[in-house]
Ligand binder design. Structure first.
Ligand code: BES
Ligand code: ZN
Length: 458
């Protein structure tokens, strides 16, 4: 409900600034100077030197989820938030950090299969005994009722493992043996998804083609067995700092600013995403003593690089009421690279939303109007999926160093950090300041701007 109100306000602002509606009070059309004055309380305080120092500390080592490197980062982030006076929570959660394959085997008419058998990542532990049937590539068209109650022999290729397994599972298959695709050697492949509860194993192409031939000549009863397999879980953490609104002015809204603090194992992640964490910390510092009518939540997520696990966990832990009250999530990921392109805001559906509207308008006041584009691949996705307006702030095209050992502090640009810090700070403050929407109705506050879709390469 709050979201609707804000959108309506923004639309009204646009109508006023485009002359469709008369201004309710005052006629002083905002000029550049008054625009700036509107933001000064926040942007004058944003200091890229602070952000740079955070990156220096965080990027001393990789912060892969579940490692000591990540934990040291988490403690540093928590200490910083607390030093600004925030109530801070560390939220632990589990993620899959590996898969133990156990032992898998195949027998054919009671004789053990002679080749090597590889357990699919994610396979359940179970044993199936049933007639073997060849279903080609296991596309939807190829798979029919014949596979019901049988073990499916499948060729790798053309469609994802997940779809192949699902197609035979939907028709009642009780096990999967997949052989490698054309031009591929070996049998170390395959991933099954949660809920695909039949044993799934991989064999070489050679072994598979022999089986196809054999099936043309005789019936085969197969057993497929997987034992002792399972995900190895690790523990990662989110860090959440909250600032309550001014008690007399609480409008029930929440604005979030987030980044991911984990890195890949290969490098120290100075830009990906110590830069985003540094900007979150700096905005938390700047906002700490500024009264707002909106609750502010600053969050850094763990295990983003393992599949957005921390942000999914956090978004999943919100009550419906809380989620409904979050008017926007600003995700800062890779916001300081010297060698990347210009700032852009990505949404998972490629549509504008409240975050991009305020972001582009703040950009126009601070430096440049920020365009928007379509991309998932970061922690804005789980919030978007919960119906919360969310966008990823990133520079594109990307620098070549990301996810490697060269993503180091020397590639960080203080100018880029300063620009993003000011833009996101101005956008968040425009939403959270207690004198909006009254100010906006009085046509003193800066209005929205027009901004474009941009499909530039990554
Ligand atoms: N910082 C990147 C996001 C990114 C990478 C955006 C490349 C745009 C282009 C992020 O940390 C990341 O690497 N995300 C993963 C996806 C995730 C679901 C594991 C990726 O893009 O591979
Ligand atoms: Zn990242």
């Amino acid at each position: 409900m709050y979201r609707k109100t804000l959108t309506a306000i923004l639309a009204a602002g646009l109508a006023v600034s485009s002359g469709i509606l008369p201004a309710e009070a005052g006629n002083n059309a905002p000029n550049e100077q008054s625009d700036h004055a509107f933001d000064n309380k926040v942007i004058k305080k944003v200091d890229s030197e602070n952000m740079y120092e955070h990156i220096e500390v965080l990027a001393q080592q990789p912060r892969e989820a579940g490692t000591d490197g990540e934990w040291q980062g988490v403690q540093y982030i928590k200490e910083q938030f607390e030093s600004y006076g925030y109530e801070t929570e560390i939220q632990p959660f589990e993620f899959n950090k590996g898969f133990e394959r156990g032992t898998s085997s195949i027998s054919l008419n009671s004789e053990e299969f002679s080749g090597d058998v590889h357990t699919f990542t994610g396979s359940v532990n179970s044993e199936a005994e049933a007639p073997l049937v060849y279903v080609g590539l296991a596309s939807e068209e190829e798979v029919d009722e014949e596979v019901d109650g049988k073990i499916a022999l499948i060729e790798r290729g053309q469609i994802p493992f997940y779809n192949k397994i699902q197609n035979v599972l939907d028709k009642g298959a009780v096990g999967v043996i997949m052989f490698n695709g054309e031009g591929n050697t070996g049998n170390q492949f395959g991933t099954a998804y949660e809920g695909q509860d039949i044993p799934a194993v991989a064999i070489t192409r050679e072994g598979g083609l022999e089986l196809v031939e054999r099936l043309a000549a005789e019936d085969v009863i197969a057993t497929v067995s997987v034992e002792g397999a399972g995900y190895i879980t690790g523990t990662s953490h989110n860090v959440i700092a909250k600032k309550a609104p001014h008690p007399n002015k609480d409008n029930g809204q929440i604005v979030m600013v987030g980044a991911h603090h984990d890195s890949v194992s290969a490098g120290p992640g100075a830009n990906d995403d110590a830069s985003g964490v540094a900007a979150v910390l700096e905005l938390a510092r700047v906002m700490a003593n500024i009264p707002t009518d909106t609750e502010l939540r600053f969050a850094t997520y763990g295990a983003e690089e393992k599949g957005l696990v921390g942000s999914y966990h956090y978004a999943g832990s919100l009550s419906d009421e809380e989620a409904d009250n979050i008017v926007g999530h600003f995700q800062l990921d890779m916001v300081g690279s010297r060698d990347a392109g210009e700032l852009i805001m990505f949404t998972p559906d490629g549509e504008k939303n409240l975050v991009t509207d305020y972001g582009s308008a703040a950009g126009a006041r601070v430096s440049e109007t920020v365009p928007y584009g379509q991309l998932g691949r970061s922690d804005h996705v789980p919030f978007f999926e919960r119906g919360i307006p969310a966008a990823l702030f990133i520079h594109a095209p990307l620098e070549p160093w990301y996810h490697g050992p060269e993503d180091t502090i020397d590639k960080i640009s203080k100018e880029k950090l300063q620009d993003v810090g000011e833009i996101v700070g101005a956008a968040v403050y425009q939403i959270a300041r207690p004198d909006t929407p009254a100010l906006e109705n009085a046509n003193v506050a800066p209005g929205p701007v027009e901004y474009d879709f941009d499909d530039r390469p990554l």
